[in-house]
Design a binder for this molecule. Structure first.
Ligand code: ADP
Ligand code: MG
Length: 722
């Protein structure tokens, strides 16, 4: 167990031993030691190297055991095979934390994997908090600490953005970028192979770090997604001192699609799952390092916008229009100024100026016009934020304008982003903006994107908090009895009648249907249910009924039922002679024109837990993969977000004369599925396909469902995949 105090000592050590510090030029051991020494570290640093008397003029010790002082942190750079021995010595010395930079562990496979296991065992045995191995190191810019224990060439300025990186190389690039762009960092932690400490431990430490206001993550996988979900949710939205988290998750592949057994399984590639996870805990996912820092700058330096209404102030028409387009494209709204604002704008600007949003001050504008416009628009209740654009013109004194922007930003509690579309002679202007903590961008598009991200975070923080709903009309025992019976019969696949019964027990609106073992019984059932009916084959070996000619629809009378019954059985016996046939499912037929077909799914992921899926049926799922995922349990708001999250959701809202559909009914089904997922752990996969959704207030119906139980390999129950 890693304790808080231990992590604090690791990240803000008062003394550091650099084990493997070296005099050899171009060696990592030299680079790290030099970075600590020359980086003005406020604590005491001890080089450890049995072969050197001194490193960079500092007396070296042959072993950490001979360091005559208490050591908070060991920075380890010795070759991989020597690391276990070094760690043992650290334990003996009572050092609570280590950062192991050495490579040659899990990442190289084979013997490296074993070595890493030994590292873990030693750390566990002695309770050492260990970062790495195979990492770049850590940086803490706290003036009380000032530690650069990395081998990176650059040192970013001090600031309130923390960065956790799984990749050392991405870390190096990011640090260089920060230095060049003057982006202030509070802490940087390269977590490498995550043998002991993973992103969750460090997130928890940064949550409690008063010098960190924004947390950035670069990850390739999450070690403990459930822990992450809870922790990130707390940090981004629940604490008094909330902090936005921005993340790059690389490896956008579909590794999860491997021979999966259901639609839901096949579509639940890892990337969609990460999207779902980040959505559920308010983590803002981005694609590039540049975006990561651009958004971070805005969030770290400016107050959060209250809403999504932007004012644009510009001295040129074209960039103003581009900014407008970009804002709208990214989901922001152009603010509508009050009449008073418009009138006063008019009074202080030349007649050719545009006093609507975007406000165009015209090319010869100087700082006085900017001051006038900014004071008015930022003072307007209908404005949540501003983008100020300045293109270089003969008349403009960029530095004076920058000062005006800085003043305006200081005076109002609304975010102001600047866009100076110039390259030459702007250093002074940029310095003014940076000093005032006004983020600046080269192009309007970049400013708009950053602002949109800020608004996205605001809407997360202010989202309505809805509960996880538990339906009390659920008959768990009835559902469990069905699963137990299938198990007792050695089956993991539950054909339609059983799947329907489970869903009915969970309060789903299931279409009426009965199993019939003979032709006469089918006719009787059809009469009870009422025409028209559908007939479908029921066999524990047949998963895709339609594909084997096992589905007949819209049967209007007895004759049609008899004919269909024989046709289905003949067809199936011919195509799947080995299939054991229980009979046919006689089902109420619903006329499709009134409804839209949707798909709801559940798939249990060993790493993430139960995943829920929603999409429209047919081509939307199969061709466009237009589906959303969430990890159960979901809340009411989450259910609606899943529905809104598919690209084709407009089809549900009413489109081209089509009536709006009963989205509430879908949401309720998703919430029931969420409860089922949590309560019936035996269910490995479940597809409801289709759930037909009618017009608003007319409900929805489960038409077809299949269930696969866990525990015996994929699709084993049928020898066929779902
Ligand atoms: P499978 O998915 O095993 O091939 P389904 O029961 O889903 O079999 O039937 C295939 C399609 O037939 C459904 O997607 C739906 O469009 C239609 N269908 C099936 N049963 C009914 C029914 N009772 N009422 C209306 N349409 C139905
Ligand atoms: Mg189906």
């Amino acid at each position: 167990m890693v304790e808080n105090n231990q992590l604090r000592r690791l990240l803000s050590p008062r003394s550091v031993a650099v084990i493997g510090a070296s005099t050899r030029p171009d060696s990592v051991g030299r680079a790290v030691f030099a970075n600590i020494l020359l980086g003005d570290y406020r604590g005491v640093v001890y080089p450890v190297n049995p072969k050197a008397r001194s490193i960079l003029g500092v007396r070296a010790y042959p072993s950490v055991l001979e360091v005559p002082d208490e050591v908070d942190l060991a920075v380890v750079i010795v070759p991989a095979p020597a690391v276990p021995q070094v760690l043992e010595e650290c334990a003996q010395k009572g050092i609570p934390g280590a950062v192991v930079l050495s490579a040659g562990f899990k990442e190289v496979g084979g013997r490296g994997v074993e070595l890493e296991e030994r590292l873990k065992a030693i750390a566990r045995e002695h309770g050492i908090a260990l970062v790495g191995p195979n990492c770049l190191g850590i940086i803490n810019t706290d003036p009380e600490v000032r530690l650069n224990a990395t081998f990176a060439r650059s040192m970013p300025p001090r600031g309130n953005i923390a960065f956790i990186s799984q990749s050392g190389a991405v870390g190096v690039a990011a640090l260089e970028y920060c230095e060049a762009e003057h982006i202030g960092i509070s802490q940087f932690i390269s977590i490498g192979n995550k043998a002991v400490l993973n992103e969750n431990h460090l997130l928890a430490a940064l949550r409690d770090d008063p010098r960190t206001d924004v947390i950035l993550l670069y990850v390739e996988n999450l070690e403990d997604p459930k822990g992450f979900l809870e922790l990130a949710r707390e940090i981004t939205g629940e604490l008094p001192q909330k902090k936005p988290i921005l993340a790059i998750k690389s490896g956008r592949t579909r590794e999860g699609a491997r021979a999966a057994a259901s639609h839901t399984g096949a579509l639940a590639g890892s990337d969609e799952v990460y999207d779902a996870l980040f959505h559920q805990c308010g983590v803002l996912r981005v694609e590039t390092i540049e975006e990561l820092f651009e958004y971070a700058q805005a969030l770290a330096q400016q107050p959060a916008p209250r809403g999504d209404r932007v004012a644009i102030v510009t001295n040129a028409g074209g960039p103003g229009i581009m900014a407008t387009d970009a804002c709208v494209r990214h989901g922001l709204k152009l603010a509508r100024f009050s009449e008073e604002t418009t009138r006063k704008l008019r009074e202080g600007l030349p007649p050719t100026a545009s006093v609507q949003n975007p406000v165009d001050l015209i090319g010869d504008a100087q700082e006085d016009r900017y001051a006038h416009a900014l004071r008015l628009v930022l003072g307007d209740e209908a404005v949540d934020s501003a983008i100020v654009i300045c293109t270089p013109q003969m008349m403009a004194d960029l530095t004076a304008i920058a000062r005006t922007i800085a003043d305006a930003a200081r005076e109002h509690k609304k975010p102001v982003l600047a866009c100076l579309m110039a390259l030459e002679a702007i250093d002074e202007a940029l310095r003014v903006l940076e000093e005032a903590r006004v983020p600046h961008y080269r192009f309007p598009e970049d400013a708009a994107r950053a602002l949109a991200e800020m608004a996205r975070y605001t809407s997360w923080v202010h989202r309505p908090r809805t509960p996880v709903r538990t339906f009390d009309d659920v008959d768990r025992e009835a559902a469990r009895a069905i699963l137990t019976k299938a198990r007792a019969e050695g089956r993991t696949f539950l054909p339609e009648p059983e799947a329907h019964a489970v869903l009915r027990a969970y309060g789903f609106p299931v279409l009426r249907g009965e199993l019939a073992a003979t032709e006469d019984e089918a006719v009787r059932r059809a009469q009870e249910i009422g025409y028209p009916v559908a007939l479908k084959i029921v066999s524990p070996q047949i998963v895709h009924k339609f594909d084997v000619g096992g589905v007949r629809l819209k049967l209007e009378d007895e004759g049609a039922v008899r004919e269909a019954y024989r046709a289905i059985l003949d067809g199936v016996r011919r195509r799947k002679p080995e299939a054991e046939i229980w009979g046919v499912f006689v089902q109420e037929f619903v006329a499709a024109p009134g409804g839209v077909e949707t798909i709801l799914g559940l798939k249990r992921d060993p790493h993430f837990g139960p995943l829920l899926m929603f999409g429209l049926g047919g081509v939307y799922v199969e061709v466009l993969r237009d589906v959303t995922f969430r990890i159960a349990p979901i809340r009411e708001l989450g259910a609606y977000r899943m529905i809104e999250g598919i690209r084709a959701h407009k089809l549900l809202e009413g489109f081209r004369g089509q009536p709006p559909r009963d989205v509430d009914a879908i949401a309720e089904c998703l919430l029931r599925l969420s409860q089922l997922a949590v309560e019936l752990e035996e269910i490995e996969e479940l597809d409801i396909n289709p759930l037909i959704v009618f017009e608003r207030e007319k409900g929805a119906r489960v038409v077809d469902a299949r269930i696969l139980l866990g525990g015996s390999g994929e699709g084993e129950g049928t020898g066929e995949s779902l």
